[in-house]
Structures are given as C-alpha cells and as structure tokens.
Design a protein around this ligand. Sequence first.
Ligand SMILES: CC(C)(COP(=O)(O)OP(=O)(O)OC[C@H]1O[C@@H](n2cnc3c(N)ncnc32)[C@H](O)[C@@H]1OP(=O)(O)O)[C@@H](O)C(=O)NCCC(=O)NCCS
Length: 302
Amino acid sequence: MVEIRLVEKSDLENLQEFWNRNVVNDPITVPLLEEKFQGDPDYTPKLNLVAVDNSRIVSFMQGIVRELPPEKRGWIKMFATDVHYRRQGLATQLFEQIENEMRRQGVSRIGMLDSAPNYLQPGIDPFYTEAVAFVERHGFRRCGDTSNLKADLKKLNLDTQAEELEALKRGITIRRAVESDRPQVTAFLARYFLAWIYEVSNMFQNNPISLHLAFMGDKLVAFSGHNGNNFNTGWFGPMGTNPHKRGLGIGGILLKRCLNDTKLAGFEYSIIPWVGPIPFYMHYADAHVCRVFWRYEKRLLK
Ligand SMILES: CC(C)(COP(=O)(O)OP(=O)(O)OC[C@H]1O[C@@H](n2cnc3c(N)ncnc32)[C@H](O)[C@@H]1OP(=O)(O)O)[C@@H](O)C(=O)NCCC(=O)NCCS
C-alpha cells in the first residue's frame, strides 16, 4: 500500500536514484540534493513529502516558504512521480497536503520551481509536458518564461588583462573579493540587488571566493559571481552593476573572470541561468539558449 510521509535524512540516496530515473533531463547528485534540503535557508521538513510503496519512493514533492515582506510566498521546488505510478493521483495528494500547510501559514501565492535563492531550475521545462498538464490542472497560471544560456568555455578567450588595464586608466579596479569585502558587498546588494544577498553570501564560503568586484576609488560599483546555487555544476551568476555605471565594459570583464574560474575548475560549459539580457551574454561569451522554462503561479490570497 502506498503511504505518504515526510522525507527523512536517510532517504536521500534513494531519492537521488528515484529522481535521476524519473526526471531525465535534470540529474542530481546527493550533495546537490542536500543543498536543496538543508542548504536552503528556509528549509522546513514538513513541506518535504514522499509517497512510499513497500519502502520504495514512488512520488516526491518539495515545498518551501519564504518571508518576503510584506508577503509570505511559497514554492514547489521539485516534484516527480515514478513512471510506473503516474496518473494515480499521487502528486496531487502530495501537492494538496503542501498547499494546505502553505494556506495555514498565510502564504499569498505559490510559484513553481523558481524559488530563488535556492532552486534547481527557474521554471518548468515544457519538455516535461505531464508537469505542464499537472500544474494547469491544479490552478496555476502561466506568468512568463525565462531561459538558461550555455557558454562553451573551450572556445572562449577569457584573458581579461588588456581590458583590465584599459579600465584602470578610467579609474576602475577589478579584483577577486576577499573576506573583508563582505560588509561593503552586503550594503551594495541591499541597495541595488536585495534578492541576491543569499547567493552571494554562499560565494564567500568557496575556496577561492567565487566573487569578483569592480571599484571606482574605494567605492564598489559592480559584482559578478558563480557557484552560489546548484554548487559544482558550473552555475554562473548573479551579476550586477550600479545603474549609474553601466555601459563602461565592467560587466564584460567580471563575467569573463567568473567563466575563467569555472573553466579552471574543470568545466567545459557554464550555465548562465534565468536570463536576463541575452544579447549581453551572447556578445561577451557567445552564450546560446540551451533550456526554456515556463513560469507558473497560483494565488491563494486575493
Ligand atoms: C508531473 C508529474 C509529477 C505528475 O505526477 P502524477 O502523480 O502522475 O500526477 P497526478 O496523477 O496527481 O495527476 C494530476 C493531474 O495532472 C494532469 N496530468 C498528469 N499527467 C498527465 C498526463 N500524462 N496527461 C494529461 N494530464 C496529466 C491530469 O489533469 C491529472 O488529473 P486526472 O488524472 O484526474 O486527469 C509526473 O508526470 C512526473 O513525474 N513527470 C516527470 C517529472 C517532472 O516533470 N517533474 C516536474 C519538473 S522538474
């Protein structure tokens, strides 16, 4: 008989095997799965459910709730049902339990997968057509789309020395972040890019710190980082330049520095997710769209 229960820590290896068998375009590792559970600052055990048949995982759904004043928002971050157990209402049962808990917590709306700062993908890839049918059946409305780009690191010249010398002549210094930059970086993000504080704070845990900064005098004007979400997959971003300092070529240099780190770490490709200004990434990194995602939302409160 199929039983629904909370995910336990000891499930992770089975969950990884289950996931990779059923969500074929998004294979995951156990460390990456751990990042999606305990690695999420808002991880709540009771929003992580599995359906189990004879101790075999046959369906899984992960929810997350984030306080984003003045709202409390919820997301379904990952979900799947074993191919042999589909269309039996299992994902529906898991979803209803999570949705009820989110309503109880006063969540205003539920998103699908795009649960920044910790997410696997920024929406539903319509390749998973059953997932499209599922979310539309459950009252989600499509509210946009986004894409991931892929940069082929083997083909790129990522040497920024000459550009950095030119920038220096214009009073712009570019370097890797050091621990003592944290307060200034946090203040800069709080002012211009509040949503990215968490991902960037993860970059300070990496060795070397996976964050590059641009200064005019001693004032921070731009940043670019990588490996702050989906660790060790070649995941780029976020990056941002002070709105008054754009168009000076700073972003291009910062982007290349990050891609170079990724290349030196042994990756052939970097994923530039949830884009954003496609022409910018095409121009500096010959990046091309590799995945398209549909974004969905369900309002719980009017
Ligand atoms: C999407 C998925 C989780 C649905 O799981 P499930 O347990 O089969 O879902 P349910 O049985 O609860 O389906 C509920 C409703 O969704 C819709 N639906 C689900 N699969 C469908 C299909 N193959 N064709 C048409 N409608 C479908 C139907 O409206 C269904 O209700 P109904 O059977 O009463 O008509 C499953 O197909 C899956 O694991 N897909 C691959 C992984 C994936 O896409 N994950 C999400 C992105 S990472």
